[in-house]
Write a protein that binds this ligand. Structure first.
Ligand code: HEA
Ligand code: HEM
Ligand SMILES: [Cu+2]
Length: 699
């Protein structure tokens, strides 16, 4: 931990030369410090290269007007996902560093200092949860939900953009901590008293507090927006029980966000009061109590893991049904199971601290509540299996992820049940067994789900498919890498190896740690393959165009529009008459043709782009930066900028743009003509297997 001599407190606050990783590496050239300096340099050089490329190709204006300031839910969704991939890359590299350290640091100190190792698991965990998983699923919901329920946008497009920019600003703080200062060593859960000033005087914990606070406010806003969109903007006839499963899981996740995020915001803000103003909420003196923090954090933290998993469950439901060429089995039970998980998830938080002193009866009650969640989860697994049963299963990449998920997630679920038994939890709490459990839920559960969704909806968003061969290579690496990297941890944890350990004193752990290290590299290869896949797909896009926008013979409404969809999504808002209106109309001759011209077109009003949301999000990050470094003037100015932007927006006119009916008609008719000119099978052409399946359906 560095606490350097302030250089110029009046202007630069706490900043001193030792806060630069380059200076630290110069003064103390250990491998650990050099890696730190290299990471800092990478951020700076990366930013410069991106800026230079944008300038070289004259793309700044395009980026600003078409993307950054856009209020279109589809573009906001894509930007969220870009953030998620960037942050995934960083956090994955950090994971590899940790695995390397643990593989080499057996009976020796290894190459990472304890402090650096602490920063790595803290940034890795915080980034993966708040700046990889959350943006990924929020982005996916943003993109898909309005299309699925027949809406033209989210309920509050401007707030949507502010939520995005708060997330970007907060992710920016995470990146800034690599260049100036350091990060917290308190883990993703940031427990006091360790994170109080007395034990962590540097800027690290403050970076964590403000990044998480901004992220949590962004997620609360996103939650409200998603829920209102579902409640208010469904197309006519789209009853609740006609919504696609992904829309259902989005709704349940958004409700969890609305209720679970504020406890986190409050917990981090109270911790900030402790640190900045000497309050004693979480200290042991003057009436404070650390357990207040543990309860508030996990009151957020447990529902959070279901916030993460429910949208993935939604994706699997879509994918399993589409690629089994069958209706979803047990739709109603899936809806009820989703709601049950959402409600139950608020009743189990104490299982995160069984060992922290409450009575055995309290532990038993929370343990039983925890195990109950296995029931609705099991219902879902069975429903997916029955959906596949006797289906025409097509093994396209999204389906591969879904199958790998089912087989692997169940194992992690059972280790969760083990942890839910307090007497067993006493043995493995805070060991690598726990680390194996939660990665077993987060990677095959959440991450595979997001990747399945990415492959599934990519053609919708960009008009061409992702390369199948590289998709399979990446998939294989994600699966093989996962088993290699995390199954050894069950053994290590059961043998007593604690989590967050920088150096290991037990030689018999060595073989398992080697295997886990190899697994981490395979996972890195998986991410690299996804990068190559994207490049290959863009290069070969002419061959994989999806003219009709329906490459998988899809079921939901999102497949009924062009790819990419027009800004207003639907030329004419659809009328819904069943659970799979698009699919049924497509395949039943007696039903109306989904590619028929509508009777009439109308003018459509869409929101104009707005710079104010960008300004608000970034100014919030600047204000936070000022608080971290105690540059109070900067914070005050940034807060004033936020107020000014809000005022400006409130008085702004011309916030909407009308697209004349004639223009809508021209675009839509041109698309319909192109679709009708293409025979049904090539419209929906994926692998040979897909083709065979489709040929039979059409015949
Ligand atoms: C997406 C993320 C995710 C998911 C879905 C889950 C799901 C579950 N988790 Fe996990 N968990 C985490 C992420 C997740 N967890 C994280 C991140 C932590 C640690 C945080 C930290 O400390 O840093 C954690 C920690 C954690 C603990 C604390 C342990 C400790 O600190 O010592 C416990 C204890 O009860 C637990 C239990 C469970 C249970 C019972 C489920 C259940 O929901 C699982 C249900 C699924 C199944 C059971 C399988 C399928 C079901 C069937 C096939 C039906 C038949 C089975 C039965 C009826 C039993 N988890
Ligand atoms: C993809 C490959 C991944 C690898 C190799 C990996 C590896 C690791 C390692 C080595 C640790 C430290 C374990 C310890 O305490 O000893 C860790 C912690 C953690 N990881 Fe991962 N991880 C990966 C992906 C993910 C994903 C996708 C998520 C979440 C979505 C995630 C969330 C976490 C969390 C929350 C922690 C706990 C941090 C803490 O202790 O505070 N990880 N991971
Ligand atoms: Cu939990």
């Amino acid at each position: 931990m560095t606490v350097s001599v302030p250089l110029w407190p009046a202007v630069l606050g706490r900043f001193g030369w030792q806060d630069l990783p380059f200076v630290r590496a110069w003064e103390n050239p250990t491998i650990s410090e050099i890696i730190g300096a290299f990471a800092g340099a990478l951020v700076v050089v990366g930013a410069i290269v991106v800026a230079a490329l944008l300038t070289r190709y004259g793309k700044w204006r395009y980026l600003w007007t078409e993307w950054l300031t856009s209020l279109d839910h589809k573009k906001i969704g894509i930007m969220y996902i870009v953030v998620a991939f960037v942050m995934l890359s960083r956090a994955l590299v950090e994971a590899v560093l940790m695995r390397m350290q643990q593989a080499v640091a057996i009976e020796n100190p290894g190459f990472l200092s304890p402090d650096h190792f602490g920063q790595l698991f803290s940034t890795h965990g915080s980034i993966m949860i708040f700046f990889m998983a959350m943006p990924f699923l929020t982005g996916m919901i943003n993109y898909v939900l309005p299309l699925q329920i027949g809406a033209r946008d989210m309920a509050f497009p401007w707030a949507n953009s502010i939520a995005l920019w708060l997330t970007i600003g907060a992710a920016g703080l995470m990146m800034a901590s690599l260049v100036v200062g350091e990060f917290s060593t308190g883990g993703w859960s940031g427990y006091p008293p360790y994170t109080e000033r007395a034990f962590s005087p540097g800027v690290g914990v403050d970076y964590w507090i403000w990044a998480v606070t901004l992220g949590s406010i962004g997620s609360t806003m996103a939650g409200i927006n998603i829920a209102c969109t579902v409640y208010k903007l469904r197309a006519s006839g789209m009853r609740f029980m006609r919504m696609q499963m992904f829309a259902w899981t989005s709704l349940c996740t958004s409700i969890l966000m609305i209720f679970a995020m504020p406890p986190l915001t409050v917990a981090t803000l109270l911790l900030a009061l402790d640190r900045y103003l000497g309050f004693h909420f979480f200290t042991n003196d003057l009436g404070g109590n650390m357990m207040n923090y543990a309860n508030m954090f996990w009151l957020f933290g447990h529902p959070e893991v279901y916030i993460l998993i429910l949208p993935a469950f939604g994706v699997y439901s879509e994918v399993v049904s589409t690629f089994s060429t069958k209706d979803l089995y047990g739709y109603t039970s899936l809806v009820i199971a989703t709601m049950a998980i959402a409600v139950l998830s608020f009743t189990v938080w104490v299982h995160h601290f069984f060992t922290m002193g409450q009575s055995a009866n309290v532990n038993a009650a929370f343990g039983i509540a925890t195990m109950t969640i296995g029931v609705p989860t099991g219902v879902k697994i069975y429903d997916w299996i029955w959906t596949m049963f006797r289906g025409e299963v097509r093994f396209a990449v999204p389906m591969l992820y879904a199958i790998a998920f089912m087989m692997t997630f169940v194992l992690g679920g059972f280790t969760g049940i083990i942890l839910a038994m307090p007497p067993l939890d006493y043995l493995v709490h805070n060991t690598l067994f726990l680390v194996a459990h939660f990665h077993n839920m987060l990677i095959p559960g959440l991450l595979y789900g997001m990747l399945a969704g990415y492959h599934y909806w990519f053609p919708k968003a960009f008009g061409f498919r992702l390369d199948e061969r590289w998709g399979r290579i990446a998939f294989t690496c994600w699966v093989v890498g996962f088993y290699l990297a995390f199954f050894p941890l069950y053994v290590l944890g059961a043998s007593g190896m604690a989590r967050r350990t920088q150096a290991i004193f037990e030689p018999s752990f060595r073989p398992w740690l080697y295997v886990a290290g190899v697994g981490a590299f395979v996972l890195l290869a998986a991410l690299t393959s996804l990068g190559i896949q994207l490049w290959v797909s863009i290069r070969d896009r002419a061959k994989t165009r999806v003219e009709a926008g329906d490459p998988w013979d899809g079921r939901g409404l999102e497949w009924s529009v062009s790819a990419p969809p027009p800004e207003y999504n639907f030329a004419v808002l659809p009328l819904i008459d069943g659970r799979n209106p698009f699919y049924d109309h497509k395949h039943d001759e007696d039903q109306p043709d989904p590619y028929a011209s509508p009777a009439a077109y109308e003018d459509i009003v869409v929101p104009r782009g707005s710079a104010t949301s960008v300004v608000i999000g970034l100014a919030a990050a600047v204000a936070a930066f000022g608080l971290i470094w105690e540059i109070w003037g900067l914070t005050i100015v940034a807060l004033q900028v936020i107020v000014a932007a809000v005022v400006l927006r409130s008085f702004g006119r011309d916030q909407h743009r009308t697209i004349p009916a004639a223009e809508v008609a021209r675009e839509h008719e041109a698309w319909l003509a192109r679709v009708r000119a293409t025979p049904a099978i090539p419209r929906q052409l994926e692998t040979a297997a897909v083709n065979r399946g489709l040929a039979e359906i059409v015949a």
